[in-house]
Design a protein around this ligand. Structure first.
Ligand SMILES: Cc1ncc(C[n+]2csc(CCOP(=O)(O)OP(=O)(O)O)c2C)c(N)n1
Ligand SMILES: [Mg+2]
Length: 341
């Protein structure tokens, strides 16, 4: 069994959350979880093709970071992108339709699971190549800074959140982009979702220093680790990093310690990870943790949470109906969207 790294305890206590905000975050995490469960069902029924990578277990990272941002901020993902897209506001209907390869999908049926994109929701993309999103996100942050400082556009104060995995943090693009982002004080959050595995490669067999957040120091960048199974802790760390980025104080490297509850993709038999390791992390389910907190703090009742779950289940069933009844892309439009119009 891979040795468990102790989950970090926040130095500062998580910022208090209101009932409204707590329920908003809960709803977002339930949306991510239920959507992915439905994807597994649809994939095994043969409705989706190619690789489909699910995010179950990691929801506190997407919800904690993206819900601490504004709707005009940018989000950049990986091939494990469905839940980042949903948290960024891409409607479930559009995401599901994309997974079904339909013309009504957010990438007009041309992308599929690994290539979700939405200019409207500032989703810069899912990317099939490991670490491919890191330079794209760095470029987005650079354009914000350029518009603000060179073009004197005072409205250009957007922040970019760039999500990627522990495996991606061993890629050269990670180091090059951290260097540029620190040098130019770019408004960006590099969010490493350290789920301990890169397909079948255990993190501690693949990297020189397993504590990824410490690599920020080499660039004079702020680096922080956070319990990625605790949405309130992630949210607190993200709020601080967003405030720093928006104030022109530059980037942050956030390492969220998390775990994917399913195999690498839906084609992975998931035989390499031990039962003990999985059980350790299943017992830290971020959704159950937030539910317990909201009830303990008297911010919500069990029935409030059940009502959210019911509402989301209906929305996801609707998304499947929408995707199934949507048209395929028209072959006569094969050459559309290759270059900007
Ligand atoms: C450049 C490149 N090399 C190799 C692959 C094959 N590959 C796909 S996913 C993956 C593991 C990445 O792991 P990590 O970054 O930890 O993300 P996770 O899957 O855990 O979310 C690899 C090696 C790829 N897609 N792109
Ligand atoms: Mg990983």
């Amino acid at each position: 069994m891979v040795q468990e790294r102790t989950l970090p305890v926040l130095q500062t206590s998580p910022a208090a959350i209101t009932r409204e905000e707590g329920l908003r975050v809960y709803e977002d995490m339930i949306l991510g979880r239920f959507f992915e469960d439905k994807c597994a069902e649809m994939y095994y029924r043969g409705k989706m093709f190619g690789f489909v990578h699910l995010y179950n277990g990691q929801e506190a990272v997407a919800s904690g970071v993206i819900k601490a941002m504004r709707s005009d901020d940018y989000v950049c993902s990986t091939y494990r992108d469905h839940v980042h897209a949903l948290s960024a506001g891409v409607p479930p209907n559009q995401v599901m339709a994309e997974l079904f390869g339909k013309a009504t999908g957010c990438s007009k049926g041309r992308g599929g699971s690994m290539h979700l994109f939405s200019a409207e929701h500032r989703l810069l993309g899912g990317f099939a190549f490991v670490a491919e999103g890191i330079p794209i996100a760095t470029g987005a942050a650079l354009q914000t800074k350029y518009r603000r400082e060179a073009l004197h556009d005072a409205s250009a104060d957007q922040v970019t959140a760039c999500f990627f995995g522990d495996g991606a943090s061993n890629n050269g693009q990670f180091f090059e982009c951290l260097n540029m982002a620190a040098l130019w004080k770019l408004p960006i959050l590099f969010v490493v979702e350290n789920n301990k595995w890169a397909i079948g490669m255990a993190h501690d067999r693949a990297t020189s220093d397993t504590e990824i957040y410490k690599k920020a120091k080499a660039f004079g960048m702020h680096g922080v680790e956070v319990d990625g199974m605790d949405v309130l802790a992630v949210r607190t760390v993200a709020q601080e990093a967003v405030a720093r980025a928006r104030a022109g104080e530059g980037p942050t490297l956030i390492e969220a310690l998390t775990y994917r509850f399913r195999g690498h993709s839906l084609a992975d038999p998931d035989e390499l990870r031990s039962k003990e390791e999985k059980d350790f992390w299943f017992s830290r389910d971020p959704i159950k943790k937030l539910a317990a907190y909201l009830i303990e703090q008297d911010l919500a009742k069990e029935k409030d949470l059940k009502a959210i779950e019911k509402k989301i289940q209906i929305a996801i069933d609707d998304a499947v109906t929408f995707a199934e009844s949507s048209p395929e892309p028209d072959p006569s439009e094969l050459h559309h969207y290759i270059f900007a119009d």
